[in-house]
Design a protein around this ligand. Structure first.
Ligand code: AMP
Length: 441
């Protein structure tokens, strides 16, 4: 199917989709929507960024348009691993459901139980919840699940990572057997396959390409800081923060996510950037829910330009139009690298992903490059300046440089192994996929 109007959705819904500015369905949408409308179970292997949320919210809106919800008996249930993801799905229902009159409730931790109970009492068509809070509400008697017609388990592999599968199984046992079940997961580990076998009846299986094969719109670079191996941790970190600032200055991003591997470093990098005059916010799992939501809203509306975050906090977030992702740390899992850089270069926009590495990261870098099946182009840091590979002459310093660059290169001593600030940095493998963006070094 090439058009939204081919998928069997109602006129009201098509208008809302048009107002959202979408011209055509994404692959998961054209594949899933007709089957969801038919009431078939779905096993969807897809990540955020593929348009998977609309692939279930759109048909659900049309399915739920008929009928009415009774008090405390939601007519559909969507489970999400994190509160942020749940809030995001709720936003989707607002956007696409604006021409419908569907009641919805968001059951997430950190918000008032009383308010949530009141909303449930009014009767909701759509219930979006994290598993823990849902069970809590159920046990308090605010909720009955016998009327659920559509059950969505989103981001199942995240649920698994977070230890939610027993909760999910318990919740499923409270649902009526006649329903449709839609299960989505970015990856399909054995535990998720088992879950699918247990809950899905003759599902339509849909797999769409993960960001690792669709990231042509992302320009990747790797800055290796060739610091001596047995340096003090603090010294390494200081160099990395300096390097980050040089990268930011060079790239001049519209907005960026900056990933750290540890919560502690999220705090440190966040403080450091602010001290150097960059408007940065931070996001990690130990922060209060209200603060997290507020921070995210500030980042989305452009009040803050930089968001320093951990993987846990940022997984699955949909922040459109992000120009840059910085990896302050090389992720130790290749999958995290793919997730991180997939936050940029969405919906055909150009994105940039820059990673700072230390010699001790080499085994992680090797694995990442094996998984993404490309060498990440190296960039060089020299005298607080970035040199891009197409401007680096690998052997004879000046031969490949243009006139303008040559003058600067001579003064900045490209091949020096003893650059004051950062030591020597390993140079170019391949070149950046897109031509240099015209910034001079
Ligand atoms: P998701 O994978 O559901 O997190 O969606 C990723 C982003 O794609 C969201 O910002 C959606 O608003 C956007 N999106 C979803 N469907 C389409 C579409 N058909 N055309 C353009 N953008 C879309």
């Amino acid at each position: 199917y090439m058009l939204f109007s081919d998928l069997g959705l109602s006129e009201n819904l098509l208008n809302a989709v048009k107002d959202a500015g979408y011209s055509e369905p994404t692959p998961i949408q054209s594949e899933a929507i007709p089957y969801v409308l038919m009431g078939r179970d779905i096993l969807g292997c897809a990540q955020t960024g593929t348009g998977k949320t609309a692939s279930f919210t759109l048909p659900m809106i049309d399915i739920l348009a008929q009928g009415r919800a009774k008090a405390r008996m939601p007519r559909s249930l969507i489970l999400e691993p994190t509160r942020e993801l749940a809030a995001q799905v709720a936003d989707n229902f607002d956007t696409y459901g604006k021409n419908h009159r569907l009641g919805k409730a968001l059951l997430i931790g950190g918000e008032s139980l009383d308010e949530q109970a009141k909303t449930l009492n009014k009767g909701v068509d759509v219930l979006i919840a994290t598993p823990g809070r849902l069970i809590d509400m159920f046990e308090r008697g605010h909720l009955l699940l016998n009327d659920v017609k559509v059950f969505v388990i989103d981001e199942s592999d995240r649920m698994l990572d977070m230890g939610f599968i027993p909760d999910v199984e318990r919740i499923a046992s409270l649902l009526p057997p006649i329903r449709s079940t839609l299960l989505f997961s970015a990856t399909m580990p054995i535990e998720i396959k088992k879950l699918a076998e247990k809950f899905l009846l003759n599902p339509k299986e849909i797999t769409v390409a993960p960001p690792s094969t669709t990231a042509e719109t992302i320009t990747q670079s790797l800055l290796l800081l060739n610091l001596p191996k047995n340096q003090k941790h603090g010294t390494d970190q200081k160099r990395k923060r300096e390097a980050l600032r040089v990268l930011i200055k060079h790239e001049n991003p519209d907005n960026a996510l900056i990933f750290c591997n540890r919560k502690r470093d999220v705090d440190i990098v966040h403080r450091s950037l602010n001290r150097h005059g960059y408007q940065a916010a931070r996001l990690h799992g130990d922060m209060h829910q209200a603060t997290r939501m507020e921070t995210l809203a500030q980042f989305k509306n452009g009040t803050v330009r930089f968001l320093v975050c951990s993987d846990v906090a940022a997984r699955g977030l949909d922040i459109p139009e992000m120009s840059h992702v910085f990896n302050y740390d090389v992720p130790t899992q290749a999958e995290d690298y793919i997730h991180r850089i997939g936050r940029t270069g969405r919906a055909g926009n150009l994105g940039h992903a820059l990673t700072i590495g230390l010699p001790t990261d080499s085994k992680y870098i090797d694995t990442i490059e094996k998984v993404i099946k490309t060498a990440i182009p190296r960039i060089l840091l020299d005298n607080q300046k970035i040199l891009e590979p197409n401007k680096i002459a690998p052997k004879n310093t000046e031969r490949d440089l243009s006139e303008g660059d040559r003058t600067k290169a001579n003064t900045s001593n490209i091949q020096s192994d003893t650059s004051e600030d950062f030591g020597n940095v390993k140079a170019g493998l391949g070149s950046r996929p897109s031509a240099s963006r015209g910034q001079s070094i």
